[in-house]
Design a protein around this ligand. Sequence first.
Ligand SMILES: Cc1cc2nc3c(=O)[nH]c(=O)nc-3n(C[C@H](O)[C@H](O)[C@H](O)COP(=O)(O)OP(=O)(O)OC[C@H]3O[C@@H](n4cnc5c(N)ncnc54)[C@H](O)[C@@H]3O)c2cc1C
Length: 436
Amino acid sequence: MNYYEEAAKQIPIKAEVDVLVIGGGPAGFSAAISAARRGMKTMLIEQAGDVGGVATTGLMSHWTGNTKGGFYEELLDRSSELPEENKSLSHNGSYRQIINPETLKTVMLQMLDEAGVILQLYTFASDAIVEDSTLKGIITESKSGREVIYSKIIIDASGDGDIAAKAGAPFIKGREDDGKMQPMTLMFKVAGVDTSKAVFPGGFEDNIEIPRGLIQNLGSANIPHPAGHVLLYRTTLPGVVSCNMTNCIGVDGTKAEDLTHATFVCRSQMTPIIKFLRDFVPGYENCFPISSASVIGVRETRHFIGEYTLTKEDILEAKIFEDWIVTKAHFNFDVHNISGSGLDETGAQKHFTQPKGYTIPYGCFVPQKIDNLLLAGRNISGTHLAHSNYRVMPICVNMGHAVGIAAALCIKENVVPRDLCAKKIQAILKVEGVQP
Ligand SMILES: Cc1cc2nc3c(=O)[nH]c(=O)nc-3n(C[C@H](O)[C@H](O)[C@H](O)COP(=O)(O)OP(=O)(O)OC[C@H]3O[C@@H](n4cnc5c(N)ncnc54)[C@H](O)[C@@H]3O)c2cc1C
């Protein structure tokens, strides 16, 4: 590759804060609120024009899996449009967990404002300012130009860990053996569905019998590869259904050209998928597209190497770590097929057998080598398989809750995250309804 040598320039210092959070997805949003509620001068930087990450700009259907206690419950109380479960209607999970992304965008903004978080949208965190292995600040790029933000503690909740990577924190991408990552998906919604007749397969193993055969087999035979699975979810709106059915494999979410390619591939699949729904699936005969995510959904990229790395075995044992900071986390091994459609051979949805929730220890949020940096969300330290479980949004929200507390404690006690005693985080979490 050829290089251009940039001349040295002076960059204005935009702000100096206590806690800086990169990324306003489920993890970063909650981390920022949690730190601000503890009196920290907290700033949140988000590249998109809305907060919420995959939950909003990704047009997400519902909060999947669960946790108990903590900030996730508060967010659900504030944003849920369907307070009660209606057991007479089929749906994968609780009715409260269905997301209306339009409502959620506004609720999240209001909650950030109430907590006093300094929010800057349309701003990309592009580089790390590191001195002697200590992260001192970041460089941002936006319409305002290139700017510097200094912070006592920085929480990287960008999903991909862009700043942690720039700072030099060690990571691997994707699967341990070959680096391959889960497929990307562009979520979209169809309207005009007769929901009294419609079916809602919520998992790959929901192979529902419909007039022309088994729905997943029909999808696999009639939707162009690498799409082919049928995942349909109720929304809060009449006749509107969320489709998690486009699929692009072999792409890396840390490369702009791969993100562009995946967007192209997934958009190209929308018309054939809608034709399949109209031709084969009861209730969808007259459906038509009404909206699609404004960004491609990226499931997996970097896994940072932390002081501890969560494993599949920890989840299967429902392990309670001494230094737990996220508790009662429950989901399955949701690995989308790395080389096609449907569930990967390493995944387990209905066949996930552990009914108890697991905990995530503080060490998973503390990256090796770099100080003043915490991780939150899907980029924490865990194996490819463990990540397939903790990546769901309720768990990411409660990660942010705990990490926001950790950041505030580090500042109050003048210690680096590596030296903070997790029992102190636990003491606050317990008061706020989180029990091991
Ligand atoms: C297609 C798809 C379907 C899914 N389905 C479900 C589901 O049904 N239920 C569920 O609970 N979970 C689901 N998940 C998983 C879940 O949405 C994600 O794992 C979760 O949102 C991760 O949260 P996060 O906060 O770590 O990251 P994200 O939600 O990815 O948020 C990261 C935020 O950081 C911002 N950002 C990134 N880089 C930078 C930067 N350098 N500077 C500034 N801002 C930056 C992004 O714009 C984004 O807003 C799905 C994921 C995908 C992709």
